[in-house]
Design a protein around this ligand. Structure first.
Ligand code: NAD
Length: 343
């Protein structure tokens, strides 16, 4: 039975990946320091699963992380431990440097030492983002060789980690693969992020705040499709390579909010009059457009998304509606961000 370490396994994508891997009958070790975006609700149903182990630990704790590698001798590692919210990175970049750069450096040192002492093959998949490529022009799509041009402390920290990894692969021949994915949505996402924030406000009869004029455009992937891509990358990806993971489903924020409202109107859910789109002061340095060229993963591995944005939005709304306790178990140490998040 294959064994995987997932770091950041209690957060949004990590918890979906942990459950996805367990469903495939793999053994999963989750390492997470449990910051504000980790939610116990996300993994409540698997706590007693015999194929699941959890360690509350910061990825910067080098000796302890090394001991976990050595004890379990995993076939693969998926690194999703990171600070992830752009607004928070603008207010407090330090944490992003600590987890997203120093944390990755630490994992690379652990991997280097581990590989020198162990013959068993291991693949380390680092989960990065399309934001490293920065603002794209209309019609442009960034492939894996597109120049990095990050705009926020968050995307700069992710870009730094990617470059550090590339240098470690070349210099120390470490078995690492990078994936750069577009915006994810789906169950378990902390409601400071755009889609769960919209859904939370719709369910609780509040206005829907949107930055600027809502013209900023993103590419959206359902988290389940992302998990499938990550497993494919582990199984078929080449060491030292980078793979874009995109859906080609690009939409502006305003059109996304409208699409969501339209989807919900078709259901029997009654939308309160207070639920209306309002525009708020734009985020500083806000990238206008991200769009990936993901032909490489399609061509080399035959991977493509299965869930359309229409299907995914509808399912995602239903999930939050039927799991209102998710919102109750969200950390109360909330940062009231520029969108005025209040729970
Ligand atoms: P999230 O904020 O929901 O979860 C991050 C998890 O990492 C949390 O459980 C947190 O406790 C943990 N963590 C943070 N710092 C840690 C540390 N130093 N040691 C141990 N655990 C730590 O984030 P997410 O949206 O699930 O993102 C996961 C990864 O995927 C990140 O690397 C992010 O950059 C990347 N990514 C996210 C998206 C997206 O749209 N959400 C898109 C592309 C890439």
């Amino acid at each position: 039975m294959k064994k995987f370490i997932v770091t950041g396994g209690s957060g949004f994508i990590g918890s979906n990946l942990v459950k996805f891997l367990l469903k495939k009958k793999f053994f999963v070790i989750n390492i997470d320091k449990l910051n504000y975006s980790a939610n116990p609700y996300n993994l409540r149903e698997i706590k007693k699963n015999k194929k699941y182990k959890f360690f509350k630990l910061d990825i910067n704790k080098r000796n302890q992380i090394y001991n976990i590698f050595n004890k379990f001798k995993p076939d693969g590692v998926f690194n999703l431990a990171a600070e992830t919210h752009v607004d928070r990175s603008i207010d407090n970049p330090k944490k992003f440097i600590e987890s997203n750069i120093y944390g990755v450096y630490n994992l690379l040192e652990v991997l280097n030492k581990y590989c020198k002492k162990n013959k068993k093959k291991i693949k380390f998949i680092h989960i990065s983002t399309d934001e490293v490529f920065g603002d794209l022009k209309k019609g442009e799509r960034s492939d894996e060789n597109f120049p990095y041009n990050p705009s926020s402390p968050y995307s700069a920290s992710k870009a730094s980690a990617d470059l550090l990894i590339k240098s470690f692969v070349r210099t120390y021949k470490l078995p690492v693969i990078i994936s750069n994915c577009c915006n994810n949505y789906g169950p378990n996402q902390f409601p400071e992020k755009f889609i769960p924030k919209l859904i939370y406000n719709i369910i609780t009869n509040r206005p829907l705040p949107i930055y600027g004029k809502g013209k900023n455009s993103r590419e959206w992937i359902h988290v389940k499709d992302h998990c499938e891509a990550l497993l494919k990358i582990f199984l078929r990806g080449k060491i030292g390579e980078t793979y874009n993971v995109g859906s080609k489903q690009n939409i502006s924020n305003i059109n996304l909010a409208k699409k969501l409202l339209k989807k919900i109107k078709i259901k029997s859910f009654k939308i309160n009059k207070k639920v209306k789109i309002i525009f708020v002061k734009d985020r500083p340095g806000h990238d206008f457009r991200y769009a990936l060229n993901s032909r490489k993963i399609l061509k080399e591995m035959g991977w493509k998304t299965k869930i359309t944005l229409d299907q995914g939005l509808s399912q995602t709304f239903d999930w939050y509606l039927h799991n209102k306790s998710f919102f109750n178990s969200v950390s109360k140490k909330l940062h009231v961000n520029r969108l005025g998040l209040k729970i």
